[in-house]
Design a binder for this molecule. Structure first.
Ligand code: NAI
Length: 326
């Protein structure tokens, strides 16, 4: 058995936290031979609720759970953390504009970025789930100048998984029959789920579906899936978001399957002409605990237009919080 690693999770008493923590502790994220110490962060009013979650974690008697603690101080929760899942965020309140939401979260993520800069492991892997996830990751990153900028990622894996499910349904196949699908850009309604390089059961996906379905059904369904779930369930997606966070961290750490790639929002290095520095979702392959952008994919006009629209939104988000970026 390996030595335990420290996994910090913010928003631990929330909906996603309730689906996520038990899967981390059971080994779904880092494998069946990797013990974990969970370090939970919540706001003071939620500390009672966190105690309840901790009681339940104890009661699962997970063989891999090597330690469990909670705090309302980021520097305690992030101490020596090897993995940090930033789930806690301020939800959009009534009458709140996108800009207000950006600013409210910028305050949270700048404090948390500074805390991880001070106390987290130098090889920490950070995943922002709380929305606006891409820009929250950017804010944390810019407030943590002593950490490698590449430690900071945001989650578009839920969008990627949603796209896999839609394409599998349409083509009468299983998600495991599909490779090389990409979600580009922001985790928002401007994201671009792209099947132009996808392969279904060994055949080009674009030969199996028509353009009308792609434009009128597939892309808007994936883009609007979060809203459809809120409408149906009365609450935002939580178990699927937790599952995607597990997938993101697992693949980053343990590697992507041979012959395939996944979508991760990572600091743009200018690949595909995307503005450098923004946290943009690219196709990536992971191995040895590192991610690399898949290069040299052909980009047609249809894709380019959509990749640019979502890039533009991220540039605007960055500009809206510029005064908060050190
Ligand atoms: P929730 O409201 O049930 O839980 C959020 C928790 O975060 C609450 O317990 C709250 O007390 C806590 N929190 C707030 N500020 C905090 C802070 N400064 N430090 C620590 N904890 C703090 O929300 P839920 O459903 O768990 O969603 C969490 C976030 O994830 C939301 O921002 C949501 O929009 C986002 N989300 C992102 C997805 C993605 O694909 N990237 C998918 C689904 C949700």
């Amino acid at each position: 058995m390996k030595a335990p690693v420290r996994v910090a999770v913010t928003g631990a008493a929330g909906q996603i936290g309730y689906s996520l923590l038990f899967r981390i502790a059971s080994g779904d994220m880092l494998g069946p031979d990797q013990p974990v110490i969970l370090q939970l962060l919540e706001v003071p009013p939620a500390m009672d609720a966190v105690q309840g979650v901790m009681m339940e974690l104890d009661d699962c008697a997970f063989p891999l759970l090597a330690g469990l603690q909670a705090s309302d101080q980021a520097e305690e929760a992030f101490k020596d953390a090897d993995y940090i899942l930033l789930v806690g965020a301020k939800p959009r309140g009534p009458g709140m504009e996108r800009k207000d939401l950006l600013e409210a979260n910028a305050a949270i993520f700048s404090v948390q970025g500074k805390a991880m800069n001070a106390v987290a492991s130098r090889d920490v892997r950070v995943l922002a789930v709380g929305n606006p996830a891409n820009t929250n990751a950017l804010i944390a990153q810019r407030n943590a100048p002593d950490l490698d900028p590449r430690c900071f990622t945001a989650m578009t894996r839920l969008d990627h998984n949603r796209a896999l499910a839609q394409l599998a349904n349409r083509t009468g196949t299983h998600v495991t029959d599909i490779q090389k699908l990409t979600v580009w850009g922001n985790h928002s309604a401007t994201q671009y789920p792209d099947i132009s390089h996808a392969v279904v059961d060994g055949k080009a996906a674009s030969d199996l579906v028509d353009q009308a379905w792609l434009e009128e059904s597939f892309i808007p369904t994936v883009q609007q899936r979060g809203a459809a779930i809120i409408k149906a369930r009365g609450q935002s997606s939580a178990a699927s978001a937790a599952s995607a966070a597990i997938d993101h961290m697992r693949d980053w750490t343990l590697g992507t399957p041979e012959g395939d790639w996944v979508s991760m929002a990572i600091p743009s290095d200018g690949s595909y002409g995307i503005a450098e520095g923004i946290i943009y979702s690219f196709p990536v392959r992971c191995s040895g605990g590192r991610y690399e952008i898949v290069q040299d994919l052909s980009i047609d006009d249809f894709s380019r237009e959509r990749m640019s629209a979502t890039e533009q939104e991220l540039v605007e988000e960055r500009d809206a919080v510029q005064h908060l970026l050190p």
